[in-house]
Each structure stands twice: as C-alpha cells, then as structure tokens.
Design a binder for this molecule. Structure first.
Ligand code: F6R
Length: 607
C-alpha cells in the first residue's frame, strides 16, 4: 500500500512528483506529500497534507520549478491516524524519507536509540528516519545498510540526504521499488503505473540492494558495493494514457474493457482448437501428476478461484481447495507431494498471497500464479506464471482483472481435463469456442446497462442486501456482494440459498432487497423454492436468470434481468458484469467516489 515516487533530472520536479502521485493514488489516498531540494544548500523542503493529491497541489504552488531532486508519497494509514504530521515524507536531521511497509520493531528502536523527544508523528516511518539520521556518517549507502540490519518488518524507502542534493537513494525488502532512466532524468516508484508516461523500460530494484539515482543515471550496489546490473523490462502499459476515456469513473471504463481483457488473456492460449501453455513452459506433468490443487488468493481474486474450483471438479476431476491467503499459513494446510498451488493476484504484490506462496513452496508445492502485473513479486516468486492481459486496473474495485482471472481458470480446467483424458479433442474445441464467445456476450450486457442502472432503485433506499444462489451462482454472488459493499457501503451478504433456512433467513424482513441468481439448470428448481421462502418473509427479490430457466415468480419485469443464453458453465461471465454494474450504479447514485472507496487501497502490502 502507499505510492512512492522519486525524480531527479531536468524537468520540473514538483510537477513530475505531483502528476505521478495522482497516478499512484489508487495505492492509498488518505494523505500525500513531497520533499524536494528547492535550494541545494539548504536541505529538502517538505510539503504534506492529510487528504488527496489535489489538496497537496495547493500547498506546493510556491515551490520553485528549478529544483532537481525530490520524492513523494501517497499514504494508506497503518501506524498513526490520518493527519498532516503522520503524512510522509518524514524528516529527521539530515534525512528525509518516504516509506511503504511496516516497521514492526519501531517501539524497541525508539527506546534503543533514545528517540522519544525527537519524534513529531505517530508513525513507524519517522522512527526509521530518526534511526537513519543517527547512523548516517556521510556515506548514505553504509547508513542504509546499517538501518535495514536493525529493522524488522517490510519496507521500501526512498531517501534524500541533506548534504547530497544530487542524489536519491532507495532500498527495499518485500515492498517493491521500480526504477527507470529517461532522456531527462531518473525515476523511482512503488510501481510501474507511475513510470509509463516518462519511460519505455523499467527494472525492479532487487531486495536489499541500494539504488543511487542521479541526473546521469541509476547505480545499484550490493552489500559488497559491487555494481548490480539492472534487468530491464519493457513498459507495456501506461496508466496516464487515455485517462478515464470519457467515463465518469475508471470502474465504468474498466467494466467496458472486459471484452478486450478476456480476449487478450485467452487467445494466446488457444492454438488450433487446443489449450496451450507453451509460452509459459508449463509442463503437462503439472496437471497429470498433481491431483490436488490449492488456490490461494484474497478478495476478488479468491472469488475467481472459487469458480476455478468448480471447474476443476466438474471438468478435470481434480480435488481443489480454495484458501484465503491471509488465513492459509495459520491453518496448518496439508501440502502433500503432488499438491499444486495456484496463486491469483491482480497486483502481484498482495503480501498475504506472497507469504502463503512462500509457505507452500517451503513445503514442496509447485506454485503456478495468475497475475496481471508483469514482473511483480508474486510472478517472480512462482515456478510458473500465467499473465492476465487486463491492462492497468486503476479503480480499487476489481472488475476486468476478475473476469480475466476466471477466464484463465476455464483454460486451465479444460487443459487439465484434456491431459487427463477426460475431454475429447472435440469437446475441448467446443468449450474453447464457447469461451471465445464470452467477449461478445459481455458486449450484449453492456448494451443494456441503463436497464441494470434502473434495477438499483431498491438498493438505494436500503442499508442492507442479501444475495442468494447455489453452485457457481453462489460463488459469483460472493464477488457481487463484495463489489456492492466495498463501493456502496451497503451491508451485503451472499448466501448459498440452501443455507438460508439454517439461520440467516431470520434476517429477511419486509422490503429487504434480495438478489437471486439462477443460471444453473440442475439447481434452478431448488433455487426457485428458496426464492419463494424469501418472498414469503417479505424479501424484495431482484431476479437474474436466463430465458430457459426463467420462472414466473411474480417479480416485476423491471426487477428481472434476463442474461444471454449460454452453457451453464459459462454463465458467471455475464452474471459478473451485471453484478459489477449494479454495484457501480448504486455507488455512483449515492454520490460516492466510486474509484476510491473509503479505507481501501488497490495494492495491499501489509498483512
Ligand atoms: C476487491 C478487490 C480486492 C482484491 C484483493 C487481492 O474489488 O480488488 O478484494 O481482489 O485485495 O488483490 P490482488 O488481486 O492484487 O492480489
């Protein structure tokens, strides 16, 4: 969490820092700040505010445009509330720094270095700045190495030293830092989203190596002061390009990008009517020998895994568990020989997922990840990686990443079934052809978005909502419900319809909105019985189904959405888009900042 930027070069540092922070705001947006050398002999000037980057801009107007080096930060509060004092950068003596991560032993460090009277904020970061200042004897690299040797926790630091106005330094462990050289100067950032507008190539700073940026270039040194060559990668996405493309929010834009995201994700893996993962060098043995799969992921990515679980069961007869990555390591999971772990992550940086991967690998599991951000830490820590090609996802609520992740599970389950002789080549070609139609089907849902918008009127007047379904419908509703609660702040609960009568139906009273999803032929009649039970208790049902499963339940036409007719197995795609639009329009109608819901951040790098 938190966005970091650093720039040194010929362009106006203040502008580059502020514009980049706006691109990084999705990583955290409760406060923002910059520090730059306005006058090289006088040390860096710090400006910071609780609030958005727009608020920061107004307090930076008087800063000169000819300063050369600076760092910036957008915060998602961990230690210490949201206040000007707790915003980064933090300045202690000759050190000014920004930080992403958590210093676990900050209290011990305060005592050990006798820092109590020096600190003006409540943050762990300021403690790191004060320790660094104590350790600094004119050699930034040596001081940074000493600093990280006394820290416990996770960190990515970008640092200015008052007596080195021509340099920015960086060091990190778990939290990423990327660096890039341009014609006008050098940049560092917490992620590539901030670099695309300036650079064509970037490199990840390896853990525990020190980067020193100057206007001339970027030098990275290991602990023996040997130069470490940068592994350059092409920047193939630029979050600054196109912006919202005329949509009021990124979320709406990204919902509309789903046909392309899915097409770009699946097409490279469909070769002559067969699945292929040759490019990723995934051996066939991975699905032949591993007859036990554990999917680890968080939030929306985990919901994609729940769909994958049913596909592996139904098509490939492979036992599959889905674990919340944040719980995985604490539940003594059984990793037997032959367990394949599939980790799913849009950002590729979610620390819970990363820790679960490390745990599984230590116990001998092979890890295949499904990741959207190229070269990210999770991709790097996996044995194999399949990239989704959803492009940059800026809205905090994930949409196109989810359907792209799901599309990879369809490919994998079909692939595994073929390799294990459970699907004929003809059946494989048939399923793949169905999958290839999904982008077009999503287009049809998008054409009817105004109708979906009108369906939200019942939700707008309620502070709670239930969502019911069975099988794949239930898995999909877990995602629909998460979408609704995270951006509209309506308390929403997805329930397996059959479970209602075991307790939760007690909460269904007059007028409570209940979204019912009925897309699975074998389950439809049971689902309709459950809908009837809800209606009998006064629940106000919004029905989403397909024509072949439609049943007259005395639900108004304006509360019924008929999805395009597809094989049951593929229904989660159109249903997902309907649920995303329901959440989106509810949030927008309530006047919320849809892209930046309260308390959240796009990239979750704290446990
Ligand atoms: C919700 C959402 C989150 C993420 C979760 C995992 O809309 O986006 O639940 O899915 O934080 O993030 P990644 O996929 O980056 O690992």
């Amino acid at each position: 969490m938190c966005g970091i930027i650093g720039y040194i070069g010929k362009k106006t540092t203040k502008d580059i820092l502020l514009d980049s922070l706006e691109l990084l705001e999705y990583r955290g947006y409760d406060s923002a700040g910059i520090a730059l050398f306005a006058e090289p002999s006088q040390g860096p000037v710090v400006r910071k505010v609780a609030g958005r980057v727009s608020a920061l801009r107004s307090v930076c107007e008087d800063l000169p445009s000819d300063s050369c080096a600076g760092i910036g930060h957008t915060r998602w509060a961990t230690h210490g509330g949201v206040s000007d004092a707790n915003a980064h950068p933090h300045q202690q003596g000759r050190v000014t720094l920004v930080h992403n991560g958590i210093i676990e032993n900050y209290k011990e460090l305060i005592k050990e270095y006798n820092l109590k009277d020096k600190l003006v904020s409540e943050t762990d970061t300021e403690v790191a700045a004060a320790v660094l200042d104590t350790l600094y004897e004119g050699d930034p690299e040596a001081a940074l190495r000493k600093l990280v040797s006394v820290l416990k926790g996770t960190f990515a630091f970008a640092v200015l030293f008052s007596d080195k106005p021509g340099n920015i330094y960086a060091i990190r462990n778990v939290s990423p830092i990327v660096v890039a050289m341009t014609e006008h100067g050098a940049l560092l950032a917490s992620d590539v989203a901030a670099l695309g507008v300036h650079a064509k190539e970037y490199a990840f700073l390896p853990e525990y190596q020190v980067a020193c940026l100057s206007a001339k270039g970027i030098l990275v040194h290991d602990e023996k002061k040997r130069e470490v060559p940068l592994q350059l990668m092409e920047i193939d996405w630029d979050t600054s390009r196109g912006g919202k493309d005329g949509y009021p929010f990124y979320m709406e834009k990204e919902i509309h990008e789903q046909p392309d995201a899915i097409r770009n994700t699946i097409e490279p893996h469909i070769v002559n009517g067969k699945t292929s993962f040759a490019e990723e060098q995934i051996p066939d043995s991975l699905f032949r020998e591993n007859q036990n799969i554990v999917v680890i992921a968080c939030g929306t990515a985990m919901h994609a895994g729940l769909i994958g679980q049913q596909l592996f069961h139904t098509l490939a007869n492979i036992h599959t568990d889905v674990a919340m990555a944040s719980e995985f390591t604490y539940t003594n999971p059984v990793i037997k020989p032959g367990t394949l772990v599939i980790a799913v992550s849009q950002s590729g940086e979610t620390i819970d997922t990363l820790e679960a991967i490390k745990y599984a690998k230590k116990r001998g599991a092979k890890v295949l990840s499904i990741v959207n951000v190229k070269g990210s830490t999770i991709a790097d820590n996996s044995d194999y990686c399949i990239y989704t090609h959803a492009g940059p996802e800026i809205a905090v609520a994930s949409t196109k990443a989810f359907t792209s992740q799901a599309s990879v599970f369809y490919l994998l389950a079909i692939h595994a079934a073929r390799l294990n002789g459970l699907l004929s080549l003809e059946e494989v070609a048939g399923y793949l052809a169905d999958l290839q139609k999904i982008p077009e089907v999503i287009g049809k849902i998008l054409d009817r978005k105004d109708f979906i918008k009108s369906m939200t009127r019942n939700l707008l007047s309620s502070d709670q909502c239930f969502m019911i379904g069975r099988g794949l419908d239930y898995s999909l509703l877990l995602e629909g419900s998460l979408k609704l609660k995270e951006i509209s702040y309506i308390h929403s609960e997805a329930y397996a319809s059959g479970e209602l009568k075991h307790g939760t139906i007690a909460l269904i009273t007059d007028g409570i909105p209940v979204v019912a999803l009925v897309t699975q032929s074998l389950l439809a009649s049971k689902e309709y019985s459950n809908i009837r039970e809800v209606q009998s208790r006064g629940g106000n049902v919004l029905l989403i189904t397909k024509q072949s499963l439609y049943k007259d339940m005395n639900i108004a036409e304006e509360d019924t959405f008929i999805l395009p007719e597809l094989e049951d197995m593929f229904m989660p795609f159109p249903a997902a888009v309907v649920m995303q639009l329901i959440a989106y329009y509810t949030s927008a109608a309530k006047g919320y900042d849809v892209d930046k819901p309260r308390n959240l951040a796009k990239v979750v790098t704290v446990e």
